[in-house]
Design a protein around this ligand. Structure first.
Ligand code: SAM
Length: 303
């Protein structure tokens, strides 16, 4: 018996593109995307390349629903009109288009370096009340971590540091109110050492709403404020001994990064320390700083 091979049939399935699932009016055209991305870059420094078009469309889709608009052109007219609500909507749009990823003790080596090298160096210079700034603080995990590090240092080295103060800023008002509320899903502290969780966090009693909250002594050393890195000068007083500005500069172009770094260095006392994100660095510039560890810089003392 001869056997015939049955060839698998080629099925010419139509190629469905995701964008076809939306009516034309609910797709962000290239021109509309350009309008938004140019505005974002000018106002916040954040570069949104063409590859982010569908992300922007998705993030703004819900806003269109809330405002009862059936097209992006209606939304764009609304945002960029000169009417009084436009300012509010711009704040809302910036909130939706910023990336806020963060977590407690993110890039742990920085916090170890701060505790083991930076704080002893400040103490050595006679600083007993360090001023700290978490610039681009997102939902607060970074400044709360800094506050915990300070308390740990103070309990391990009694009398060396007597107090501290932390300023935490971000451009996004939505994320700042989250930071002030300080209610975190319980999973966000799960991986922290038991001693840290126990000492510095409260756990909700209601098992249907499990969340963790930093204790008041951790919280009450932090002041939250809105600040845009594009502001021509940062009116930050007093000057800081430590600035953390991590995982923010990656969203800016080279020149904007250098401008922001220059303004941050101006806010440091001589001998103060600047921490950038692990994938961020400063090169090709004449800033009065030296590298003291991976992505950690110290302002020249004579400056
Ligand atoms: C990815 S988060 C980093 C949070 C934290 N520093 C960390 O490393 O985990 C970046 C934050 O920078 C803020 N941001 C972006 N552009 C800004 C600007 N022009 N001025 C101030 N904050 C800005 C965003 O709102 C966001 O919360």
């Amino acid at each position: 018996m001869s056997s015939t091979l049955i060839k698998p049939q080629t099925i010419n399935a139509p190629q469905i593109q995701l964008t076809q699932l939306y009516p034309q009016s609910l797709q962000l055209s290239q021109q509309q995307f350009k309008r938004i991305s140019q505005f974002m870059e000018k106002t916040t420094g954040i570069k949104l390349p063409e590859s982010k078009r569908s992300m922007i469309q998705a993030r703004l889709a819900n806003r269109l629903k809330v405002l009862n608009f059936d097209s992006y052109s209606q939304y764009i007219d609304f945002v960029f009109s000169s009417k009084e609500h436009a300012d509010e909507e711009i704040t809302m749009m910036i909130d939706l288009l910023t990336t806020n990823l963060t977590h407690f003790f993110r890039e742990q080596t920085h916090f170890d370096f701060m505790e083991n090298s930076v704080l002893p160096a400040l103490v050595n210079d006679g600083i007993t009340k360090p001023e700290i700034w978490s610039a681009g603080c997102s939902s607060g995990e970074e400044p709360y971590t800094l506050s915990i590090v300070m308390r740990e240092f103070m309990s391990k080295n009694p009398g060396q540091i007597t107090d501290y103060s932390i300023l935490a800023t971000d451009i996004s008002t939505r994320i700042l109110s989250k930071a002030i509320d300080a209610l975190y899903p319980i999973e966000s502290v799960e991986k922290l050492p038991y001693a840290i969780k126990h000492k510095y966090f409260l756990k909700s009693k209601d098992p249907s709403k499990p969340f963790a909250k930093p204790k008041s002594e951790v919280k009450n050393k932090i002041r939250f404020e809105r600040l845009n890195f594009m502001d021509p000068v940062f009116n930050i007083q007093p000057k800081k001994h430590i600035i953390f500005c991590r995982n923010v500069l990656i969203y800016f172009d080279k020149q904007t990064q250098l401008n922001v770094i220059g303004k941050l260095i101006d806010c440091l006392v001589p001998g103060g320390f600047l921490f950038l994100g692990h994938s961020e660095t400063i090169f090709g510039s004449n800033f009065p700083i030296k590298t003291v560890s991976t992505t950690v810089f110290q302002k020249t003392k004579e400056y």
